[in-house]
Write a protein that binds this ligand. Sequence first.
Ligand code: ADP
Ligand code: ASP
Ligand code: MG
Length: 417
Amino acid sequence: MKIFKFGGASVKDAAGVRNVYEVLQKVGFEEVLLVVSAMGKTTNALEEVIKHYFDKSPQLNAAVQEVKKYHNQILIDLFEEEGHEVFFEVNEHFADFEYFLRSNKSPNYSFVYDQIVSFGELISTTIVSHYMSYRGIQSQWLDVRNYVKTDNNYRDANVDWDKTQKAITKIAKKKQLFVTQGFLGSDENGFTTTLGREGSDYTAAIFAYCLNAESVTIWKDVPGVMNADPRYFENANLLNQISYREAIELAFYGASVIHPKTLQPLQRKEIPLFVKSFINPLLAGTSVSKGEDLEPKLPCFIVKKGQILLSLSSIDFSFIMEENISEIFALLHKFKLKVSLIQNSAISFSVCVEDKYANFSELVKILSKKFKVTYNENVALYTVRHFDDNAMKTIEKDKAVLVRQMSRETLQVVVKE
Ligand code: ADP
Ligand code: ASP
Ligand code: MG
């Protein structure tokens, strides 16, 4: 079995869905499991719905209609007859979605979030699966929530590998094309959970691991993994080969082309990961596998924007020692702030963090009781793997550097933008 993952950008409109069909025609679709994300920026649009829902805002209805309109347009573009079953099925999903909004009583933000955002993937896969059949490629739609089993840590659920393995084994012997949702799972009570934003790559890896798949291919709007994000760096070059270890490092530092959790399960079973262009599917792209660390060996640039540089110092000039540091980390963990850099001196301690869940001000309130707290919001963290003098100059040119850190292979700089 091969696992293919098509992300939001690849199915952002009707042309994108047609292109998925073209890609399958070109590269083959026997014994393939397609993992598909929500279309385009649907997850962001659903986050807007959630915001209006909790704010009890009058804009709620307009936000819901927006999501409906977007998908209906794609349906109309793809399917000529309006009587096609897909219209009915997509309407059913929207009916469930609106029913949830009317009837939900839970005040738990993360729970509600997962129940709502999941409709993006349920609808996109319904459309993609029907469209493949419409063009003559028969496929079976799977509700991923029956396969990927998790705990109830909504918005960032942890996979229960034993249960997931058991469930996925059931489809192992079937030789056909499957279409399923990325990003989603379900908890013990059957409620929908999600694996964290951009988590569909991880779903592909979960299936690959449990099915002992031959390979995973993630289809992207770029030629493969490059030595820098081409959105921010001119002259980015394609990397042909990356080892698992190097890819884990790149993803960890924020190369958003691969979700960081994706690589460990693949590395454990040495399943190769290909990152390829959905525009030119026959090109080789990047292979992440056992073997050379990086080919060609180039400095790799990673930028993470919207970070916060938080600095703590002791109020009475006492040292910041193990016990303070462990307390600070326990709080960072509790408030789900992801740490991307650490620096400390005798009486001060700085971390660069990402506030994914809007908890930062709460944390500052607590820390201020014990420490002198200062912070810079909206800073950028640049990481260069395999840096040289030239790479260092490029990064720091015309920027106000707040922190610089260097190890043998990695340079990190926090700058004011
Ligand atoms: P998906 O549609 O699968 O969600 P993403 O938008 O998450 O795709 O990932 C593709 C994007 O990742 C590219 O458009 C590119 O801007 C960005 N990207 C970041 N770092 C890299 C890199 N090192 N190489 C290639 N693309 C990168
Ligand atoms: N649709 C989800 C998101 O936008 C998951 C994914 O695309 O990987 O975060
Ligand atoms: Mg994505």
